[in-house]
Design a protein around this ligand. Structure first.
Ligand code: AMP
Length: 305
């Protein structure tokens, strides 16, 4: 039987000699030089979408890819577990690597290049210079406060990936709302022709935000973890001038259920500075970083004005 989708592993020697981009074939590229050669072979003019990931793909990642494929002529998806953004080496070591099943999930897309840098030096050559970026308040609270060095690592890898891929549009998930804000600042300074597109969070039917980390939860814990999105929804729908206690109430409720809370708070969407006050005519969001059985889960929702 002839398979509709086949995978071509684009080795450096192959791409150096000008491998044509074959529609309905996915190229898998492991080296920066090969990526550059493959991009040069795309039929001009084109829009290029980019979806950076750390792999262990799920429907949340795929929703970003679907968006990109819909609105661009070609899409690059990258899979790279970036050690620099992990403040906990155990967390890095435990990060699931599932390339074979990731490839299976991507096979159905046409005009897609999968970039899987084979080593750190593909992204960070010896002359890599540190990135200077003033983020103001944006990286000071929430994840920035609880994961020292995390956003520095994110900025470094995303800068290098954007420089190599040179996309027209790059897709990021709103589940990592603070990351979207940081990446937008990076693009404003270094990649002015690039549009950053934020995609809604994909959830289980229970409301639990899809995450690679969910796999580390037992079935019981997974059911319990849905209480996080329930709390966010309660706060999003009820936080007001008259009712800012709802945040404390939900903190207590989750603690009683056995969760450990890094933060569950409302913050201004633009500055990401937490507040206990409802602010009229200001976009506010409720953010959570919560541990369950040693697994740290994050999520957020907009406050309904
Ligand atoms: P990661 O592989 O965890 O670095 O995530 C890669 C991209 O997928 C990031 O832009 C994430 O925000 C996004 N993402 C992760 N989980 C979800 C989700 N449940 N819904 C939408 N986007 C997501």
């Amino acid at each position: 039987m002839v398979q509709k989708y086949e995978i071509t592993v684009c080795l450096p020697s192959f791409s150096t000699f000008g491998a044509p981009f074959l529609k309905a074939y996915m190229q898998i590229i492991e080296q920066a030089r090969a990526l550059s050669a493959a991009l040069k072979n795309l039929k001009n003019p084109f829009n290029l979408g980019f979806v950076p990931t750390m792999g262990n793909l799920h429907q949340g990642h795929i929703s970003l890819v679907e968006n990109s494929v819909k609105h661009n002529d070609y899409t690059v998806v990258s899979i790279y577990v970036n050690k620099r953004q992990f403040n906990d080496i155990n967390d890095f070591n435990a990060y699931p690597k599932t390339l074979a099943s990731d490839i299976k999930l991507l096979e159905k897309f046409d005009n897609l290049i999968l970039y899987v840098p084979e080593s750190e030096k593909e992204l960070f050559p010896p002359d890599f210079d540190k990135i200077v970026l003033d983020l103001g308040e944006i990286d000071k609270n929430l994840e920035g406060a609880y994961r020292p060095g995390h956003f520095k690592g994110v900025i470094e890898v995303v800068h290098q990936l954007f420089s190599q891929v040179k996309p027209s549009n790059a897709y990021f998930g709103l589940k990592d709302f603070q990351q979207v804000a940081v990446v937008k600042k990076l693009a404003e300074k270094y990649f002015t022709d690039l549009t950053i597109i934020a995609v809604e969070t994909s959830r289980e039917n229970s409301g639990l935000a899809l995450s690679s980390r969910n796999e580390r939860l037992s079935e019981n814990d997974k059911k319990l973890a849905a209480e996080i999105s329930k709390s966010l929804k309660i706060i999003a729908e009820n936080f007001s001038h008259k009712n800012n206690d709802v945040v404390i109430e939900e903190q207590h409720r989750l603690k009683k259920l056995g969760f450990e809370i890094d933060y569950l708070c409302v913050a201004n969407e633009s500055t990401l500075v937490p507040t206990t006050k409802f602010q009229e005519n200001t976009k506010q969001r409720v953010f959570a970083a919560i541990m369950l059985s040693g697994v740290r889960l994050i999520d957020n929702m907009p406050i309904k004005a």
